[in-house]
Unconditional design. Structure first.
Length: 255
């Protein structure tokens, strides 16, 4: 009797009677859909049992894709189980495309997606679009794009920057000669540390704001007060000051 079995995006058609095996595999699919802390272990056991029986009848080659899709579906649901606005079908498709086109590691893509959703309030579709655009723009030339998202997203979000500004800074940094997105993002981190300190090297009489940027005492005082009381964010300061700092000819003063 011809049978058709579906699990996620995987579809298997065969002339072999799979009535008994279908029940086991349907149970595995139910486990994949459960959002629990042990989803990976539970789903993997059910899937493995069903696929093992299927392979015994049909051979391993025909079910290889089924195993991969099933395992990745379980991984995705485990990684994003507590996140809202997740389209798992699109997520698995786009992550597979990133892996095929750019060699992006599947688990790293999941981690970066989760981070962008958590820090910038994105949906999974928006996060994957952001990641895809980054690869297409060449932000992974040093192989650190996904790691940079994981390491620096919280700093940008806490500093008042948007996801677009995060992207733009990495892109601008690479175009300006930074050796990887990590170095470009680290420039924002170091800027934030120095500007939050409101130290004399930046705000003092001989600091960069007065000496190099020619800001008036009143302007510097207002800027310092804004940093102290939070009315000026790190991102605000970065937008205002960095274009002017980059225009300084003296590399020592610029740094």
């Amino acid at each position: 009797m011809a049978e058709t079995f579906e699990l996620g995006d995987a579809v298997l058609k065969t002339d072999v009677d799979l009535t008994g095996l279908k029940a086991g595999l349907d149970d595995a699919e139910e486990e994949v859909d459960k959002k629990s802390n042990d989803i990976g272990k539970t789903a993997a056991k059910g899937i493995a049992a069903g696929v093992a029986g299927l392979a015994a009848i049909l051979g391993g080659t025909v079910v290889a894709g089924l195993v991969s899709v099933s395992e990745r579906a379980a991984q995705a649901r485990t990684a994003l189980q507590d996140m809202a606005d997740v389209d798992y079908d699109t997520l698995l498709r786009d992550a597979a495309l990133l892996e095929s086109r750019f060699g992006a590691d599947f688990e790293s893509t999941l981690g970066a997606t989760r981070t962008l959703m958590a820090q910038f309030g994105m949906t999974s579709d928006e996060a994957l679009s952001f990641i895809t655009a980054g690869f297409e723009r060449g932000l992974n030339t040093s192989g650190d794009f996904l790691d940079t998202i994981g390491e620096y997203s919280n700093l940008f979000a806490e500093g008042g920057a948007s996801a677009d500004e995060f992207f733009s800074l990495m892109d601008t940094g690479l175009q300006g000669g930074a050796l990887g997105t990590d170095k470009a993002a680290d420039a924002f981190k170091e800027f934030g540390i120095r500007i939050r300190e409101v130290g004399d090297d930046v705000f003092g009489p001989d600091g960069i704001l007065r000496w190099e940027l020619k800001m008036t005492d009143e302007e510097v005082s207002e800027f310092a007060d804004g940093m102290r009381d939070g009315t000026i964010s790190v991102a605000d300061a970065y937008r205002e000051l960095m274009p002017r700092i980059r225009a300084i000819n003296d590399p020592i003063a610029r740094n």
